[in-house]
Design a protein around this ligand. Structure first.
Ligand code: HEC
Length: 150
């Protein structure tokens, strides 16, 4: 490898490291409130689940973005991935929040699951427990219907 190529490669690595550190120092909320760390505010709503299985399936597949009991992953605090994760949680809670009773409409939840839109595909590789089998999906759909109607 020529000296010139080595300098170029080292420069790219150096710029990458500096850029990465700068990303960590930028307060996400200064870019957009959507990127701000959501935290886990108190749970203020109790759901009359029709069965422990329904609750467990919803917790595995929906709660990280649609409740105030979001489980943080190791990468959830590393920018810029953290910004995208935070955005999903902030927007997800806005649409539907099991912890506050916000928009708990069974038919909408079921429609999203049937369409394959929820849980989002991008979430699944890091969360295999949310990648429900066809039987689990049906069980969740039946349980959501029994719990929330629709
Ligand atoms: C990785 C985060 C994430 C997970 C997990 C997730 N959602 Fe969502 N969900 C979102 C986001 C972000 C939105 C708002 C943006 C959108 O509609 O795509 C949303 C929107 C919704 C909406 C409203 C759709 C609309 O257009 O009004 C429903 C209903 C919903 N989700 C149900 C579910 C259910 C049920 C599960 C579990 C089976 C689930 N979601 C899992 C992130 C998530």
């Amino acid at each position: 490898m020529s000296r010139r190529v080595r300098i170029i490669i080292l420069s790219i690595i150096g710029i990458g490291i500096v850029g990465f550190v700068i990303f960590q120092l930028i307060p996400a909320s200064s870019i957009s409130a959507k990127f701000a760390t959501p935290g886990n505010p108190p749970v203020t709503h109790t759901i009359p689940w029709d069965s422990p299985q329904t609750e467990q399936l919803a917790r595995s597949a929906c709660f990280d973005c649609h409740s105030n009991e979001t489980r943080a992953m190791w990468y959830s605090n590393i920018a810029p991935v953290s910004w995208l994760v935070n955005k999903d949680v902030n927007e997800g809670r806005q649409k539907l929040n099991f912890s506050t009773g916000r928009h708990l409409e069974g038919d909408e939840m079921i429609e999203q699951i049937q369409k394959g839109a929820m849980p989002p595909a991008i979430y699944l590789p890091m969360h295999p427990e949310a990648n429900l089998t066809a039987a689990q999906k049906q069980q969740l759909i039946d349980g959501l219907q029994a719990t929330f109607g629709g």
